[in-house]
Write a protein that binds this ligand. Sequence first.
Ligand code: URA
Length: 274
Amino acid sequence: MDKQINIQETLDWYIWAGVTETCADSVCLCKEPENIPAIVADKKAPRSETPLVKVVSPAVSPAKTTLNTASFDNIAKNARELCAKANSLEELKNLVQQFDGCNLKKTAASTVFGDGSAQARLVLIGEAPGADEDRIGSPFVGKCGKLLDKMLAAIHINRADCYITNVLPWRPPGNRTPTDEEIAICLPFLKRQIELIQPDFLLLLGGIALKSLLDMPDSISRTRGKWLEYVIDEQKNAQVLATYHPSYLLRSPAQKAKVWSDLLRLQKKMNNDE
Ligand code: URA
């Protein structure tokens, strides 16, 4: 592993392999660096669809750290207690911004809290901020957000009348899938947003929102388009519909027809026609 690597060749190789960003200022290769010169030489090999390397900083590791049970229980309890103190979305936002119990905060540029109407009848829940959201500090403002706006407009729903949020307020490095631990630590923030808003409807965007909020074993493909219920508190339940995440639609446009039928179901129910 003492082998000297030509920096220009390595960078060329990153780009060729599909790497589009770095997460921190010190880098290490996660995949067999000794193979790089061979791969650089063989540019005819098929280009990887997904990045073959991750760029990580050992100091602020974006890796999936696992806490011991006692620390995890403490952090999760702390998050729940903090949430209970918030009597408005503004108060909750401030508390989330001050919360240091989730490792994702260390690598994120912003805390991306929910956005929209505190009186919304419909709350939309995504997974986690992407690169654009992390830079700008608001949910669904990048490519996915533009598609989401079009999806809402197609069923005559104004984004400003909804509330849009994510399971996680911090971007996982490189958009990796959040761990169960990260989800469990951040879930009280999402649940408290829902309690404070008391919406009639929830639209879950993608499998992570579905799994996190409803703890369902079934996949998004089996569950999408079916009406479910979420117990907000003793007084109120919300009607829940899950559908595919807009980022999945950007990758798989053929699935748009299914989402369109889910959106029509939502529109009908919201207009009391179903
Ligand atoms: N994807 C999400 O799940 N949430 C965002 O805010 C943006 C992209």
